[in-house]
Design a protein around this ligand. Structure first.
Ligand code: ADP
Ligand code: MG
Length: 315
């Protein structure tokens, strides 16, 4: 792999709450190469959005490194942080909530250019028109307000806004999860086209393994704040190593063509609380194969194939 664009090393993020400390991330390490898409998948509450906020530096980390183009930005503040902002942009799940209802689309798209002092008025407006076209919208859209747009159009605007400053990385956090199936396919194809033409890297987050597979070069699977399996897409898909990944696949049978032939792997019980994660392997309370070793000792991430990592004693 070429030198990573974004690299997380041993990142932990703990949220103190009245009920105790939520261990949202526990020594998470991830790399994304320039132009690459890393898919991040796992159940609700496993820490995906916290990874997104760390990558965007919207939150601090308690421990570990966050490197962008080799520079550790984990503790960057003020001007140093302002300088890295244009490099990493984000598209959220709900474009209606991320667009101000009283601001025209043109104003919303121009705002990041003004904040980062790019171009004069005419140049900024030309850029707005250019980016609207690149996401498949007519430049006339600039005079409209968010409520005049469909859900799919609003998500295209959210993508356009993320593109305005020519980022190297776009973090998509459940960016298509709220869209209807047909619109979702169009937006996913737009993201793939933009990657092709602009060479953008994505951190593509979804609870839906099928969507992650469609989009990603590599896949990382998270469980209770930890990466439990990580590797090239086809390796994770066809030579699945972690029982949790297998249960995610079997929870979405349509997602996996071979699934109908596989025995269903049904997870036992609820996801445990991140306030008090299980001892040993965090997955042992829901794993049909768990042994005494799994209950007693925490597995490390092991390399079991070309760039294919798994956190399981039994794999
Ligand atoms: P995901 O995006 O995978 O659903 P999150 O990263 O949003 O997961 O959350 C991971 C865990 O951290 C969850 O248990 C969540 O409740 C908790 N958490 C997230 N943000 C905060 C916060 N600001 N304060 C307290 N707990 C939080
Ligand atoms: Mg989330």
């Amino acid at each position: 792999m070429s030198a990573p664009l974004l690299s997380l090393r041993g990142v932990s993020r703990h949220y103190p709450t009245q009920a105790g400390v939520v261990r949202a991330l526990d020594r998470v390490s991830l790399d994304i190469a320039p132009g690459e898409t890393l898919g991040l998948v796992g159940e609700s509450g496993c820490g995906k959005s916290t990874v997104a906020r760390v990558a965007m530096r919207l939150t601090d980390v308690d421990e570990g490194e966050v490197r962008l183009d080799g520079e550790d930005i984990a503790r960057a503040r003020g001007r140093a942080l302002h300088a890295v902002r244009p490099r990493v942009q984000m598209v959220f799940q709900d474009p209606a909530a991320s667009l101000n209802p009283r601001t025209t689309i043109g104003q919303a798209l121009e705002a990041p250019l003004i904040v980062h002092r790019r171009g004069n008025t005419a140049e900024r407006q030309a850029r707005v028109a250019e980016v609207l076209r690149s996401v498949g919208l007519h430049p006339d859209m600039a005079v409209r307000f968010p409520h005049e747009l469909s859900g799919g159009q609003r998500q295209r605007v959210a993508i356009a806004r993320a593109l305005m400053l020519n980022p190297a990385l776009i973090v998509c956090d459940e960016a298509v999860s709220a869209l209807d199936v047909s619109v979702r396919a169009q937006v996913l194809n737009l993201l793939l086209d933009l990657r092709e033409t602009l060479g953008i890297a994505y951190l593509f987050i979804s609870h839906d393994l099928a969507v992650v597979r469609h989009m990603s070069d590599r896949i990382a699977v998270m469980y209770l704040g930890q990466v439990v399996e990580q590797g090239p897409r086809d390796a994770v898909w066809h030579r699945t190593l972690h029982p949790y990944t297998r249960s995610l696949m079997s929870a979405a049978p349509s997602a996996h063509p071979a699934n109908r032939r596989l025995p269903r792997v049904v997870m036992e019980g609820e996801q445990p609380s991140p306030l008090d994660p299980p001892s040993g392997c965090r997955f042992h309370t829901r794993c049909a194969h768990a042994t005494d070793q799994c209950r007693a000792s925490a597995p490390a991430l092991r390399l079991l194939g070309a760039d294919h990592w798994v956190r399981c004693h039994l794999a």
